[in-house]
Design a protein around this ligand. Structure first.
Ligand code: C5P
Length: 239
């Protein structure tokens, strides 16, 4: 995979026109854009369609977390929208993940649609070991919990997980090399961590084996976003 196939640019803005302006501004240098909660709630599914009309792929990052039937129906709607990848929370449980992966596969076969990749969010990169223990009452280590949820996602038929760069080697070791990993919380050395706790540099994350890295503020909040992406891509190429 080329560097361009590994970079996902997060369109964390709240206006459709502005999002599309960013897509156009990056032109050929970005192929995959992430539409998350902020943009989807503000602009609706039409923004996804507009991005796709420009020949770009969309990762729909809505992190479904609900009962199995609702997860399945939402997943099928995402497949009909034509996104290349979407995600669900692995902590919604095995049955919810199994339903979403099974039902989306059946739908795509029946309606002759490309089947999107489905990833499970393990533990958000904004959560640290202390919160996991004190707020969620998880007594084992963060890595053990990520490992457990990744294994559950694999067993349920998901294609991979969203996890921090720090967990890539452990997940690949546990779930196999083909199990996809998208790593958010990516921060080049020159940017602050913001609200992210488990961060890694782009170069390190690719070196660890990330299939995709998600870049948000590290690019879009820079004075020259195009230059920032160029620097990151160059840095990765020497990984
Ligand atoms: O600006 P920054 O690079 O921190 O943005 C990260 C993006 O990845 C945000 O859109 C956030 O919603 C998303 N994300 C995340 N952690 C996850 C899954 C998705 O930060 N576990």
């Amino acid at each position: 995979m080329s560097v361009k196939d590994r970079i996902i640019l997060a369109l964390d803005v709240n206006e459709k026109d502005y999002a599309l302006e960013i897509v156009d501004r990056f032109g050929d240098s970005v192929d995959i854009f992430k539409v998350g909660l902020e943009l989807f709630v503000s602009a609706g599914p039409s923004v996804v369609e507009e991005i796709q009309k420009r020949g770009k792929r969309v990762f729909l990052d809505l992190k479904f977390h609900d009962i199995p039937n609702t997860m399945s129906m939402a997943g099928q709607a995402a497949a009909r929208l034509g996104v290349f990848m979407f995600n669900v929370h692995a902590s919604a449980g095995y049955e919810a993940m199994r339903r979403v992966s099974g039902d989306v596969t059946s739908l795509c076969l029946k309606e002759n649609l490309p089947r999107p990749w489905i990833l499970g969010v393990t533990v958000l990169t904004s959560i640290g070991a202390e919160e996991l223990k004190n707020e969620f009452g998880i007594q084992h280590s963060l890595k053990t919990h990520v490992r457990h949820l990744s294994g559950l996602a694999l067993k349920a038929g998901l294609d991979g997980v969203v996890a921090s760069g720090q967990e890539i080697a452990m997940i690949k070791g546990h779930c196999g090399d083909k199990f996809l990993i998208a790593a958010p919380g990516i921060r080049p050395s020159w940017t602050p961590p913001d609200d992210q706790k488990r961060t890694m540099t782009p170069k390190q994350a690719i070196h660890e084996g990330a299939d995709f890295i998600v870049l948000g503020r590290a690019v879009l909040r820079q004075p020259d976003p195009i230059k920032a992406l160029e620097l990151i891509s160059l840095d990765i190429m020497t990984a």
